[in-house]
Design a protein around this ligand. Structure first.
Ligand code: NAD
Length: 285
């Protein structure tokens, strides 16, 4: 580290203390002080489009609806022109909100590919085990893809997608959303500007709060690693991505380990039921 960097690191670290004492020193003032981008909500690479990107939505559940909502808030950037979902209620909800005609509402992702390409991109927000086939089909049909994480449940499938995307020269953007949050954007700015010096080590933890943990990983969609992506892949794919992005360097080796210690039948509280709504006694206490 140069002396100049060292001095600016010290200045920076001092002002962090100041930041704690005086919360009114917000990112904007902070950025001004250290020559960083003032708006961490806005990606400086964002360009104004001449026409909205037309997208097909595969899977209109939780994530799919969030992405589709972007089209409502930013009609000059994105337009949802078709949707596929096996759940008729969700399908109809998106159909209504986005004013999609019947001909472009499909009851299964596969049906989309019976027609030749009719939009710019496809958003794949189907469950984890339904990422690879739709993604390969979308690439074959000439679409760019916004693919929910995890890319696929196995390394082999991830490599298949990677090779296909390269061969088609198409975009496969993976929804590692932490990169777009103002918090991590700010952190990246600070690191790239060398304001805290050389990064020797990073300790990063995503604390999964109790509602997300109980409703996703104890009894929710990812409750059993035999039928869904294990928690280590579901959650830590974000962690490996964010660390790799922050340090600007690919991972050489990744190790994951863990076991199911607490959330087992043996530790279920007395009177608890399969679902809270089944008359669970603990729910009332
Ligand atoms: N980026 C993130 O931070 C983040 C967060 C949560 C979930 N995810 C990922 O997003 C994906 C979707 O998760 P979700 O929480 O929205 O799940 P969800 O169950 O709410 O939505 C999935 C939708 O896919 C539909 N679907 C199932 N089979 C289909 C088929 N054959 N054809 C068309 N549609 C079909 C389901 O009916 C459902 O509406 C998962 O891969 C998940 O791991 C990413």
């Amino acid at each position: 580290m140069s002396l100049r960097q060292f001095i600016s690191s010290r200045k920076f670290l001092r002002s962090i203390v100041h930041l704690k004492e005086n919360v009114s020193l917000r990112w904007k003032e902070f950025a001004e002080l250290f020559g960083l981008h003032e708006d961490v909500f806005e990606d400086p690479r964002h360009i104004k489009l001449k026409e909205p990107v037309t997208v097909i939505l595969l899977g209109s559940g939780n994530r799919g609806s969030i992405y589709a909502d972007y089209a409502i808030k930013n009609p000059d950037e994105m337009k949802v022109v078709a949707v596929a979902d096996i759940n008729i209620n969700r399908l109809n909800k998106i159909k209504k909100i986005h004013k999609i005609d019947d001909a472009h509402c499909y009851s299964n992702w596969e049906d989309i590919f019976k027609s030749s390409k009719f939009a710019d991109a496809i958003i794949i927000a189907t469950p984890d085990h339904l990422h690879t086939q739709p993604c390969l089909a979308a690439l074959d049909a000439g679409y760019d893809v916004l693919l929910e994480k995890p890319i696929a449940p196995t390394e082999e499938e991830c490599r298949l997608i990677f090779r296909k995307a390269r061969a088609c020269e198409s975009i496969v953007g993976v929804c590692h959303v932490l990169r777009y949050s103002p918090y991590f954007r700010g952190l990246k700015e600070v690191l790239d500007a060398g304001l805290i010096g050389n990064v020797i080590s990073i300790q990063h933890m995503e604390p999964i709060e109790q509602i997300h943990m109980s409703h996703s990983y104890v009894r929710g969609k990812w409750k059993n690693s035999k039928t869904a992506t294990p928690i280590l892949l579901a959650k830590s794919s974000h962690d490996t991505d964010i660390i790799r992005w922050l340090v600007n360097s690919p991972a050489k080796d990744v190790h994951c380990f863990g076991n199911l210690k607490w959330f087992t039948n043996i530790n279920a509280p007395e009177g608890s039921t399969e679902r809270c709504t089944d008359g669970c006694k603990v729910e009332q206490s």
